[in-house]
Design a protein around this ligand. Sequence first.
Ligand code: F3S
Length: 285
Amino acid sequence: MEIIKARDMGFCFGVRRALEMMEEAVCKQGPMASLGSIVHNRQVVEDLRRQGVEVITDPAEAEGRPVAITAHGVGREVMEGMRRRGIRVVDTTCPIVSRSQQWARRLTEEGFAVIVFGDPNHREVRGVLGWTGGKGLAIPDEACLESLPRDLPSRMALLSQTTETGARFASFVKKLLETHMERVSELRVINTLCNATSSQQAAAQELARRVDLMIIIGGRDSANTRHLADVGHHEGVETHHVESATEIEPEWVNGRRSIGVTAGASTPDYVVDEVVARLQELDRR
Ligand code: F3S
């Protein structure tokens, strides 16, 4: 049996960088806190906790410790509030997210209505909106464009949540113009997409087409891991989503010639290694 790993999977550059920064900071400065969890993955959060990084939900819980901002970033008020309180900040905001935040700030200052195409409850989107001084808004899908607030400035700027797809963002821009052309005096579209997600999805699709079973590894609450599983189902190959090696059932593997393995952006490499080792062990039985 051949086990083939997707050419692109697991932690994206932004999460790897954030994790390294937190590990280095806890090593040099001692116990610290992280404002929210670094990724949607219990194992990663638990590993960090053992090293001395506790997840908090409010800077008020810092209790004198340095506080790490995760790769998702935070709004300006949160950042400035922490600095005012004298909290040492370890800022691991992904540079691609920082760029989006700076566009949101600059465009708001220039008088544009900043509209972010993305999930209003997602931490990254809330953080980006936090650089618009409360003036920006997030719209999760095209259908919501019908109810665009009447009092928006006619100069509009569109940004996207970094993990959206190019096709969906392009369609959203088109729909906004079709629906509200008479209200728009100027439109700026800033490409704030990150290709880490689309690259992993393309790699999963390519792999799903040439194997007879796909194993997708990642947290059940990780949206991008679930999207990878959808890719497998869509390609018509038997696909199982697991969080760890212990969930793999021997009968999945029986009689397979090739198994494809991929992992969501919040899955650490060692979990992938454990899954591959488990598959090899079942193959030897
Ligand atoms: Fe950054 Fe893209 Fe990852 S925005 S955190 S590299 S998915």
